[in-house]
Design a protein around this ligand. Sequence first.
Ligand SMILES: [Zn+2]
Length: 492
Amino acid sequence: MASAYETVIGLEVHAQLLTRSKLFCGCSAQFGAAPNTHVCQVCLGLPGALPHVNARAVELAMRAALALGCTVRERSVFARKNYFYPDLAKNYQISQYELPLNERGRLSIEIEGRTREIGITRIHLEEDAAKNLHGEGLGHATLVDYNRAGTPLMEIVSDPDLRSSAEAEEYLKRLREILLFLGVNDGNLEEGSFRCDANVSIRPVGQVEFGTRVELKNINSFRFVRKAIDFEVARQSALVSGGGKVVQETRTWNDAQGKTLTMRSKENAMDYRYFPDPDLLDVVVAPADVAGVRSTLPELPLAKRTRYVSELGLTAADALVLTQHPLVSHFFEVLIAELQEQESDPTQRASWPKRAANFVQAELLRHAQFDGVRAEFGVTPDRVAELLRLVSAGSISGKQAKTVLTTMLATGKSAAKLVKEQGLSQVSDTSAIETAARAVLAQHQDNVQLYRAGKTNVLGFFVGQVMRAMQGAGNPKLVNDTLQKLLREEGT
Ligand SMILES: [Zn+2]
């Protein structure tokens, strides 16, 4: 049965910008320092202290905005959002209100094979608040850590274009990925450097006006986003179907209880008494600045995936795995460039991307470690290229390559050195293979008779036995050829 209601969702993402210092002072913006060590008179809001804008933060927000198709305003204004809370020493937050830095963009998402364009209303800059640590002081008092106060955030506000929790999750994943590839945000949901509020409402199918919306605050995992939205849609539908009314409020997701709970009734924008901050100059961006930032934008994940399929002949699934992190794509691209550069045979050259993709996915990523924008592979692309060339030349088997990689990671030695040291390279030695093959055929005369009687599929059995005798070290093609040759010979 089709639902009588349509779901309407808009998302507000707060993404911490990867600057070294805070938005309006020179304090470090690094996460994880001892409490209240990254503070000064500006971010503590002491009287008379004057803020100044971090130009790098403006540049990073523009970078995100241009990648998302937004227009950068020539003149934007910082405004004070007034409210009292212990984590806000000035009693106002510096944000942007009427004239944000960036406006009107879009993000493509694909859901069940269908592409949808989700509008982006605006991307503005604002400072983060401090962090309250509830119940951690004497007598369960709340402590406040001001290290986070004043760290730079960009708020990315979507249009109310999303129609299901699955679409919301997809939008967030694609957005996080783009910010990571741009190097503007580390995408760390657990540390709160990428967090999301969802505005959720329902309306009868066919109705143009929006229903009353509920704001779901600070959801810190993709799974919770789906669960919180699904719960909220069901709660609102049941309420309205029963003749009730949705109340405009802010709710939070409680995962232990599996439901959303009321936090506070929703205040309206006018309650915050926004006004332009008299301590700060307007941000003025010249067209040349915009062009400068635009010229440094990298290839984005969606474009990369398309290119991996159309140019490199990879499957869509391969392309998705290889674009999961900017440094994985980078490693893969350097690796295939290295392999193709040293390959004179055009057929071999064309097949390297697929072979390299398989090895990166099956082996390299098993050992890789990720931490935000950083990634550690333990080995360089040129070392991996050398290893794959040894496999391609038949010097070692694919199975041996896995073991060699593990030893490379542990010892830092090159593949060629390890193969030599461990005496692995004799696998293409035909006499060694022939000796092993003769022994296997001698032991299995019954199967030899079957083969000669026309049951040629026992060849696979022989290959398996020879490989086992050689502990997986035989070159499979040579093993195959040798066995066939011996089986053709009389009196083996
Ligand atoms: Zn400071």
